[in-house]
Design a protein around this ligand. Structure first.
Ligand SMILES: C[S@@+](CC[C@H](N)C(=O)[O-])C[C@H]1O[C@@H](n2cnc3c(N)ncnc32)[C@H](O)[C@@H]1O
Length: 438
């Protein structure tokens, strides 16, 4: 691909394809970085854009939830590699696609000894060279803020193409919808209008426009939040059947979204103990052997011992989790409260020790009633003081309150009983049947 470097801010050359313009701008910056002594205070290009703490925060909030040691990752615009470095330590591979040969040379040089990194020179608008349906996670930070809207949409189409079912893209872009984003736009619009090809020119989209691009590209929005002046859009490539209905995101959930992020820091990883496995086996034997179902989805499945037993019974199993415990069933990476699964996606939905972790248990039960055609299996801890006070337990109720919630969510209780949670504590088990359903 011939790269034009003839273009300079303030001298737009309409004959030069815009992707070449991106390449020229960033090749220039790369050269400036080597030339200008001011940059010598930094080790790598990009370190001038934020502290290591900021990089940690971005990775923890906008990448970590969708990374796993087996994840195949694509990073658009890795630049000097400050995020790439973190992605590499949390994934199986990272393909860095950059439009600028000089920028790509930096990332490729920095990670030359790391077989997990692959550098790829891109056209600036597509992910050509990356096979369809092979990517678990696409990440871009500080890149889409400066792309033309047409190119943002082209990339979204490409993201939809390369993501596997259930894969996620987390894309940072500049928005008009935040207070600071609007001020930034308003303060700079005259200057941007005068030099539309300058590197510092931002494309500020209203949040609705970003979501429209996503939906039109066949992507389901799973999280959309401000990051300071800008925004990050998390999108999932689901089967058409698994996508939320159009308009599902039209309410403004930003505050709830922020509260859920705050609560996310309470989450701890529970190791699968032999005791938990035994309790799962007992529950399957007592409650699920005698009912008819073909498919099962387990919410918050963790290492998924219940699914192991059900798979051995010949059932079609699927797990849903934000964690990355190893598990041998197909996994949908999603927040259980916002699964995006279609109505009636399964015959049985299982929620073992997850409802007590939800700050919105009735809404979660309603979601369970929506996605199951027939049954739900719910296991919760008893209402002992210790569980009420345990971290990350927001919904520890007495039996009558649970029964009322099941009823309100559209379930009848088919069977209920007790079992051992820990040697000296009890769990309550409920087999629920969806009302008005054969
Ligand atoms: C501001 S730097 C950000 C680098 C890195 N993501 C970071 O935050 O440190 C923008 C990077 O995106 C690349 N880039 C710009 N436009 C691009 C496009 N259309 N497609 C792919 N990469 C692009 C640039 O070459 C540069 O490496």
């Amino acid at each position: 691909m011939p790269i034009s470097t003839s273009l300079r801010p303030g001298a737009p050359d309409r004959a030069v394809a815009h992707h070449s313009r991106y390449a020229a701008l960033w090749d220039d910056y790369s050269q400036l970085w080597d030339r200008d002594p001011w940059f010598r205070q930094y080790k790598h290009l990009g370190d001038e854009w934020g502290s290591p703490q900021w990089v940690d925060h971005v990775i923890a909030t906008y990448a970590q939830p969708w990374l796993s040691p087996s994840a195949e990752v694509v990073e658009i615009g890795p630049g000097g590699g400050r995020y790439t470095c973190e992605l590499l330590s949390r994934a199986a591979s990272v393909t860095g696609v950059d439009v600028s040969p000089r920028m790509l040379a930096r990332a490729s040089g920095r990670f030359a000894g790391n077989p997990k990194f692959h550098g790829m020179l891109g056209s600036g608008t597509d992910l050509a060279g990356i096979p369809s349906g092979t990517v678990d996670f696409v990440f871009a930070f500080n890149v889409f803020i400066q792309l033309l809207p047409e190119d943002i949409y082209s990339y979204f189409l490409e993201i939809g193409r390369v993501l596997r079912d259930g894969g996620v893209a987390s894309i940072h872009y500049a928005t008009l919808s935040s207070e600071e984003g609007w001020k930034h736009f308003d303060a700079n619009r005259t200057q941007w209008s005068a030099s539309p090809c300058a590197r510092g020119r931002f494309t500020c989209l209203p949040m609705q426009a970003a979501e429209l691009f996503a939906t039109r590209a066949g992507l389901a929005v799973i999280r959309h939040q401000f990051v300071g002046r800008d925004a990050v859009l998390a999108m999932r490539n689901a089967d058409a059947a698994d996508s939320p209905a159009p308009g599902a995101t039209r309410r403004d959930f930003r505050h709830i979204d922020r509260h859920l992020d705050e609560l996310a820091s309470d989450i701890y990883h529970e190791l699968p103990t032999p005791h938990h496995r035994e309790a799962a086996r007992e529950t399957v034997d007592e409650y699920l052997r005698s009912i008819e179902f073909e498919s099962v989805i387990e919410l918050g499945c963790g290492a998924a011992p219940t699914l192991d037993f059900l798979a051995a019974m010949g059932k079609r199993t699927k797990g849903l989790s934000l964690g990355f415990e190893s598990c041998s069933h197909p996994i949908l990476r999603a927040d259980m409260q916002f699964s995006g699964l279609r109505d009636g996606a399964t015959d049985l939905v299982v929620a073992r020790h997850v409802l007590e972790h939800s700050p919105m248990p009735l809404l979660l039960l309603m979601e369970m009633a929506r996605i199951t055609t027939r049954y739900a299996l719910v296991v919760v801890p008893c209402d002992e003081e210790i569980w009420v006070n345990w971290p990350n337990h927001y919904s520890v109720f007495g039996r009558p309150a649970w029964r009322r919630l099941f009823d309100r969510a559209g379930f009848t209780i088919e069977r209920e009983g007790d079992g051992r949670l820990e040697p000296d504590s009890t769990e309550w088990r409920f087999l629920l049947k969806k009302k008005h359903n054969g």
